[in-house]
Write a protein that binds this ligand. Structure first.
Ligand SMILES: Cc1cc2nc3c(=O)[nH]c(=O)nc-3n(C[C@H](O)[C@H](O)[C@H](O)COP(=O)(O)OP(=O)(O)OC[C@H]3O[C@@H](n4cnc5c(N)ncnc54)[C@H](O)[C@@H]3O)c2cc1C
Length: 472
């Protein structure tokens, strides 16, 4: 998919003085090599690459501050880069500039096991965090499929399979250290569990996608590892039966830890990709956390609900290694689906609706996909009312792209009409800017624009993302 030519037209060359200053500051941690720029200017979205002019690697908050001060002085864009796993064109350097890679900021700052909190540098990834705290008996539950950085996850307000029980980054970030667009260093919160102290800047930066400031440290909540965990797979004769099982489970307040939906296409893809033998029908993957007794009670209740919706018997993954394999396969679903059509790229969608509307929204969306004759799969974190249609398209075929974008636009319109949202977890980036206006309306977008202008008056922070700088 191409970018509007107007965006390329406003690219300015990187000032020589700025490059020299960055090289003096960072030495070999400042690169202009094509390979490095390509790596930082392309992503999993269906957009063409858009390269930054330079890539810099920071190791401390103070270095981030110096880099941003320089870019602010020369009015050059700065695009924060975590693990580059975002899906909506977030990290593309529309106007060139400097990609600020935080992956070398990967130190633990503090673990307060007694308070169930950890503070990490922004480049620490979710898997690394869980490894670092494994001896404390605690864990960090937020798990977007990719091994994303905590800074990137905060910046996209990420969630994943565990959110139905443990919440998203919105609920789990307590405090941030942020470098503002003029290079100042601020702290936005504390480790206290709650606070009524003024405007909630933490939640302004959570979900701001690098457009308001650069997050350099993140303080998150941790949770005790559950005494008992069990996981099960249950198949259904139709998508509607599976989804209605989930709706009733949530409405009855069963505290499931995970409940993931995969349609038949999705199951076939992961069976082939991960050499699994899952039954090739619509299915739900469940995980229950709690005491031995609590887990058993939850599982029995959900089995009854599933049976009432023609669900098959639960197939249990009891051994930890079987559970890990199951969830790894679920997390790989995106890459498995890409194999359904060799050479394809994906257009992934992401909407979220109130739970009572989920069956209707998924049902109508599936009909739409069938009518369009595209290669697709529907998967989702259905316990949250969140699902994705992943469409495998030929990037050279304009008709194919138009069909998929049509499905996406109608799905978003459907979700918004149901009082839902155009993105449950992936964020806005470049791809969802128009949908954001549909969802919030011009007046709310004006308030967001006012915020952007106040926080980033020279429009250097990941410009051209989430909202346009000028009112069109
Ligand atoms: C296979 C696959 C499955 C996925 N599944 C899920 C899922 O289930 N749930 C989900 O929520 N997401 C999912 N995602 C999307 C992705 O993993 C998230 O968007 C992730 O949170 C991005 O983190 P990152 O470190 O890769 O950030 P990047 O992609 O590097 O950056 C994302 C955005 O945040 C900004 N940013 C990055 N770091 C900082 C920082 N320190 N300060 C300020 N801004 C910053 C960037 O400028 C950019 O706008 C999936 C992605 C893939 C590839």
């Amino acid at each position: 998919m191409n970018h509007p030519a107007s965006l390329a037209a406003i690219r300015k060359p990187l000032p020589e003085e700025l490059l020299l200053a960055l090289q003096n500051l960072l030495e070999d941690r400042c690169s202009t090599s094509l390979a490095m720029r390509e790596h930082h200017g392309s992503d999993e979205s269906s957009y063409d690459p858009m390269l930054p002019d330079a890539v810099v690697f920071a190791q401390t908050t103070e270095e981030v501050s110096s880099i941003v001060r320089l870019c602010n002085h020369y009015e050059v864009p700065v695009i924060a880069y975590g693990a580059g796993s975002s899906l909506e064109g977030h990290i593309l350097a529309l106007r060139g500039g400097v990609s600020l890679d935080l992956s070398q900021m990967n130190n633990m700052v503090a673990v307060h096991a007694e308070d169930l909190t950890a503070t990490v540098q922004a480049g620490v990834t979710r898997k690394q965090l869980n490894l670092e705290i494994k001896d404390t008996g605690l864990f960090f539950p937020i798990d977007p499929g990719a091994d994303a950085s905590l800074g990137g996850m905060a910046a996209t307000r990420a969630s994943g399979t565990n959110a139905v029980r443990y919440g998203t980054m919105r609920e789990n970030v307590l405090a941030l250290t942020v470098v503002t667009a003029d290079g100042r260093i601020i702290k936005t919160g504390t480790r206290a569990k709650k606070s009524s102290a003024g405007y909630d800047l933490t939640r302004v930066f959570v979900g701001s996608e690098g457009t308001l400031g650069i997050i350099t440290e993140v303080t998150v909540r941790l949770y005790p590892l559950p005494e008992a965990i069990s996981a099960a797979v249950c198949t259904f004769p139709s998508i509607a039966d599976a989804v209605n099982t989930v709706i009733q489970t949530i409405q009855m307040g069963v505290p499931v830890a995970r409940v993931e939906f995969l349609d038949e296409n999705g199951v076939k893809a992961i069976n082939a990709y991960d050499k699994m033998q899952l039954p090739e029908k619509s299915l739900l993957l469940f995980e229950f956390h709690g005491s031995e007794h609590g887990v058993q009670e939850q599982a029995e209740l959900v089995q009854e609900i599933a049976a009432a919706h023609d669900g098959g018997d639960f197939e249990w993954a009891t051994r930890p290694e079987d559970r890990s394999r199951l969830w790894a396969a679920r997390h790989n679903a995106y890459f498995a689906l890409l194999q359904m059509r060799p050479g394809a790229r994906s257009i992934s969608t992401d909407c979220c609706v109130p739970i009572s509307m989920l069956a209707e929204c998924i049902g109508e969306t599936q009909l739409d996909c069938e009518r369009c004759g595209i290669v697709y799969s529907i998967i989702g974190h259905v316990g949250d009312g969140n699902f994705h249609v992943i469409m495998m398209i030929d990037p050279e075929d304009a008709e194919d792209i138009a069909k998929a974008e049509g499905v996406n636009a109608r799905m978003v319109a459907r979700a918004i009409a149901m009082d839902g949202t155009c993105t449950g977890e992936h964020g806005v980036g470049l791809h969802k800017m128009d949908f954001l206006i549909q969802e919030h309306g011009e007046n709310a977008i004006d308030m967001m624009r006012a915020l952007k202008h106040a926080f980033d008056p020279k429009n250097i922070m990941n410009p051209g993302k989430i909202i346009s700088w000028d009112k069109n």
